[in-house]
Design a protein around this ligand. Structure first.
Ligand SMILES: Cc1cc2nc3c(=O)[nH]c(=O)nc-3n(C[C@H](O)[C@H](O)[C@H](O)COP(=O)(O)OP(=O)(O)OC[C@H]3O[C@@H](n4cnc5c(N)ncnc54)[C@H](O)[C@@H]3O)c2cc1C
Length: 646
């Protein structure tokens, strides 16, 4: 098949909200240029926020505080069980408390470079500026960040940076930040500005007269389907790494909210940019349904190594120093163990491919704390990473204080997501997308500790400023269930549920998901090739057809039915997976988390092709034939170069 059998080319897409001029003042000028809504009018305007993670929770709380009527939704039994709670290592901010040369400009520079020059300069600069406000906001809420002896907030280093700018709360930073956002949200719930609907799943977007005006939700406990209206809709529904089945994401993470919006007209940007995290506990068997992250913060003190000799099966303690290869320190002396994730993951894969991997199947490398324990003492290491060490020991039965951890790369984060402009508005007017669900700031590779920063920047600071520019034209006409577009959206949900329940096949939804994940990992994982991606697309299409013939979805739709929930999510993963492979196939370059085997330097590093691919690939839904819209990227401040961490 030729490329044009996989997609068609549409008109370019432009970010019309992005201000120009000096980058330092762009955000200030956009805020000044945006229309305002006066406090009395805010009370007449309503906003639906789907998701209560760091992005959605902070957004709903802030919009409520501003005076809007907010309706908040999540599928968990409590907003504070959103996947953000799992975040471990920390959150970046350019505070420069350490006086080690950090600045807004350096965070901006590191992020654009770390993303392999595939993100927008304006967005990234705004993110770096806002990073300093986030820390103040969270401290004011009482988030217990780690402190130094003198009382100042402590920081540590994360990959892709030579400064120490990551604020943390042991290995539970996400939990502490989410509790902060959750308290702010609860305050608004008590004040009556936010109505909370937990255990509700958004299954469709309602678009009326070209504007996003609501959602169709299913009450996961009673099975009741309702239509909910507002003047604007915000999706903060997280990432889609679970398309790979095995990932570090919470099992519930899915793409349904974003995918439904995509099918209704929202462009989906850079779907193939997946982050494979280098330090996860290796897969241990066929029955595993989830992988566990060992935070990147561990690479501050842990040294990564493998034996120098192939097939060396001695225990780590029996391998003398001069027979070990600390390969990251050797290949990348400037950044050592703290190279960015895409680089560290590929390096781990390379040494394992050479036959030097450790542990069962040779798919593992050591992360060794012996030197840190010798230098700092066990107590100091325990104070920093105690909960992570405990988690590792519980899962593997090995004590990382006395024997090195074994780690291997795993799917962790998705840089792709719904396309948004500088205001975080999608291509559907009135539909805003924040947090991991959008594609905005990380280019082809996100730096560690930058997801929490982006989610909170979007929710606490960006969206509350930009959404007013849209809402100033509201309130929009009242809607009811009889409206033709509303009724159609509802019917789409009902038909789909009925269809899933009627298949009555003989194969579990999980087994389809596992097989889809295997295809994705093999052909659209750490390394992709033209032939492999074509094969993946045809295998996914076959498996999708089989799913609709053979999937077994027991029970009915009248009450709690987790099999039905899962079936709907897996059905959407099939469509997304196809688009991811088409996106990966069309991008005949390597960049960040997208490594095309055909496009590498002689040293095996990723080879970008700026001439042909310096753009955001924004896809319009087109079934088997999606339409590609390109948004050209321009760089005025950080000039694209071959990334070097040597
Ligand atoms: C193990 C782990 C550790 C991490 N550690 C770090 C770290 O240290 N630092 C860092 O910066 N990043 C880290 N990350 C990444 C970071 O945690 C996530 O990117 C971030 O928390 C995503 O936040 P979010 O608010 O966008 O989405 P989420 O926290 O995933 O929240 C999504 C919300 O949307 C809701 N939702 C989704 N779909 C629907 C639907 N259809 N209907 C109704 N509700 C829906 C969910 O109920 C949930 O409330 C880590 C990720 C993992 C997996």
């Amino acid at each position: 098949m030729t490329m044009t059998d996989y997609y068609t080319l549409g008109d370019p897409v432009a970010d019309t909200k992005a201000p120009d001029g000096p980058i330092e003042t762009r955000w200030e000028r956009r805020r000044f240029g945006a229309k305002l809504v006066n406090p009395a009018n805010k009370r007449k305007l309503s906003v639906i926020v789907v998701g209560t993670g760091l992005a959605g929770g902070s957004a709903a709380a802030t919009l409520g505080e501003l005076g809007y009527q907010v309706k908040s939704y999540c599928y968990q039994d409590s907003p504070r069980r959103a996947h953000s709670i799992a975040a471990q290592g920390g959150i970046n901010a350019a505070k420069n408390y350490r006086n080690d040369g950090d600045s807004v400009h350096r965070l901006f520079y590191d992020t654009v470079k770390g993303g392999d020059f595939r993100s927008r300069e304006s967005n990234v600069h705004r993110l770096a500026q806002i990073s300093v406000q986030i820390i103040d906001q969270c401290v004011a809420q009482g988030v217990p960040f780690a402190r130094e002896y003198g009382g100042l907030l402590d920081t540590r280093s994360f990959g892709g940076a030579q400064v120490s700018r990551t604020f943390y709360a042991r290995g539970q930073t996400g939990q502490q930040l989410l509790l902060g956002a959750y308290q702010a949200l609860e305050r608004q719930i008590a004040a009556g500005t936010v109505q909370m609907h937990d255990r509700h799943e958004m299954l469709e977007l309602i678009v009326v007269d070209g504007r996003a005006r609501g959602i169709v939700v299913r009450d996961l406990v009673t099975g009741e389907i309702t239509t909910e209206f507002a003047d604007a809709v915000v999706l903060a529904s997280g990432g889609y790494g679970n398309v790979f089945f095995l990932s570090t994401n919470a099992k519930g993470c899915n793409v349904t909210a974003s995918w439904r919006a995509h099918r209704k007209g929202a462009l989906f940007a850079n779907p193939c940019y997946t982050q494979i995290h280098p330090t996860c506990i290796p897969v241990s068997g066929d029955h595993q349904s989830k992988l566990t992250l060992m935070s990147e913060s561990l690479r501050n003190d842990g040294r990564v190594w493998v034996p120098k000799a192939k097939g060396d099966t001695r225990t780590p303690a029996d391998i003398p120093e001069d027979e070990r290869d600390y390969y990251l320190e050797r290949i990348y002396p400037a950044f050592g163990n703290l190279v960015p994730r895409d680089i560290a993951s590929r390096a781990a894969k390379n040494v394992c491919d050479e036959g030097r991997g450790v542990g069962p199947g040779g798919l593992g490398v050591y992360l060794d704390f012996a030197a840190a324990i010798g230098r700092l003492g066990r107590d100091a290491v325990e104070a920093k990473y105690g909960n992570l060490f405990e988690m590792y020991q519980r899962i593997t039965g090995e004590d990382p204080y006395t024997t090195p951890m074994r780690i291997y790369p795993a799917v962790h984060y998705t840089m792709g997501g719904l396309w948004v402009d500088y205001d975080l508005q999608s291509t559907i007017p009135g539909l805003f997308v924040i947090g991991e669900a959008n594609f905005s700031d990380h280019g082809a590779n996100r730096l560690g500790a930058s997801a929490l920063m982006q989610g909170l920047a979007d929710g606490y600071f960006v969206l509350p400023n930009t959404i007013g520019d849209y809402l100033a034209a509201g309130p929009f006409p009242k809607l009811d269930a009889d409206n033709a577009e509303v009724a159609q959206a509802r019917k789409q949900v009902e038909d789909r549920i009925a269809k899933l329940l009627s298949i009555d096949g003989d194969r579990t939804v999980d087994s389809f998901h596992r097989e889809l994940g295997r295809i994705m990992w093999e052909y659209c994982g750490m390394e992709r090739t033209d032939a492999g991606l074509r094969k993946a697309i045809s295998e996914i299409r076959e498996l999708k057809a089989e799913f609709w013939q053979r999937a077994k979805v027991p029970g009915d739709g009248e009450g709690l039915n987790q099999s039905l929930e899962r079936a709907g999510r897996v059905a959407d993963f099939f469509e997304l997976a196809e688009l991811m492979c088409i996106d990966a196939l069309h991008r005949e370059e390597s960049c960040g988390g997208h490594f095309r085997a055909e496009s590498q330097t002689e040293e095996g590093e990723a080879q970008r092709d700026d001439e042909r691919f310096s753009y955001v690939a924004a896809w319009e839904f087109g079934g088997d034939l999606p339409v590609l819209h390109k948004e050209d990227l321009t760089f005025e401040y950080v000039h694209p170069s071959q990334r070097s961490y040597k």
